[in-house]
Write a protein that binds this ligand. Structure first.
Ligand code: DX5
Ligand code: ZN
Length: 211
């Protein structure tokens, strides 16, 4: 079954503790945590101390999406904050293989994210050691943008590259009940959704409608 990972970027930051309990009750599968440094993307969000503060409030796995330059320098912080998956951008690292090994050295699952203009080929050399691939269907940096349908071919291509490897193919950006159908039919097995879930008056229904 397809996994749903609400993105806390669209949450009410004054009520994060209670909102993540509510998301667990709404049967979300993971929580997606968007970390932005104001350099790799033109926006700032939050860092490891906030993630660490949330960790005791839920059993849901934490899917940490690092939109930062030189993520290698920060992996240790996010490992210590209670991340289950740490995803870094292919565009932000010198060598994707080295950073995957670094994440694994902390016993944490490793993901690589691709901006819309980055080709799937950057994954081919490391596909057999990845745990998650995150295809961005918006330019990273902000919630509430429109889903880029021109990314669907890349999602299908990666689905074929994955074959029977045990990798989660996650799609992030502009997901709603309509675009979820497109992403799923292209081969996604996890959907990240911020605005759609948090703007809905019934989060259980919103999560169910994406599935
Ligand atoms: C964008 C983030 C996304 C974003 C998704 O840089 O990586 O996770 O929060 O938000 P929506 O669902 O509103 O597009
Ligand atoms: Zn994200």
């Amino acid at each position: 079954m397809i996994k749903i990972a609400p993105s806390l970027l669209a949450a009410d930051f004054s009520k994060l503790g209670e909102q993540i309990i509510h998301l667990e009750q709404a049967e979300a599968d993971m929580l997606h945590l968007d970390v932005m440094d104001g350099h790799f993307v033109p926006n700032l969000s939050f860092g490891a101390p906030l993630i660490k503060a949330l960790r005791p409030h839920t059993h849901l796995p934490f899917d940490v999406h690092l939109m930062v330059n030189q993520p290698e320098k920060m992996i240790e912080w996010f490992a210590a904050s209670g991340a289950d998956y740490i995803t870094v951008h292919a565009e932000a690292v010198e060598d994707v293989s080295t950073v995957i090994d670094l994440i694994h050295s902390f016993n944490i699952k490793a993901g690589i994210a691709l901006k819309p203009h980055t080709e799937a080929d950057v994954l081919s050399r490391v596909i057999d050691k990845l745990d998650l691939i995150l295809v961005m269907t918006v330019e990273p940096g902000f919630g509430g943008q429109k889903f880029m349908e021109n990314q669907l071919a890349k999602i299908s291509k990666i689905r074929n590259m994955i074959n029977d490897c045990n990798i989660i193919l996650s799609v992030d950006g502009g997901i709603n009940a309509q675009t979820a159908l497109l992403a799923k039919s292209a081969g996604a097995d996890m959907l990240v959704a911020g605005t759609y879930v948090f703007q809905s008056s019934d989060w259980s229904q919103a999560v169910a409608s994406l599935r």
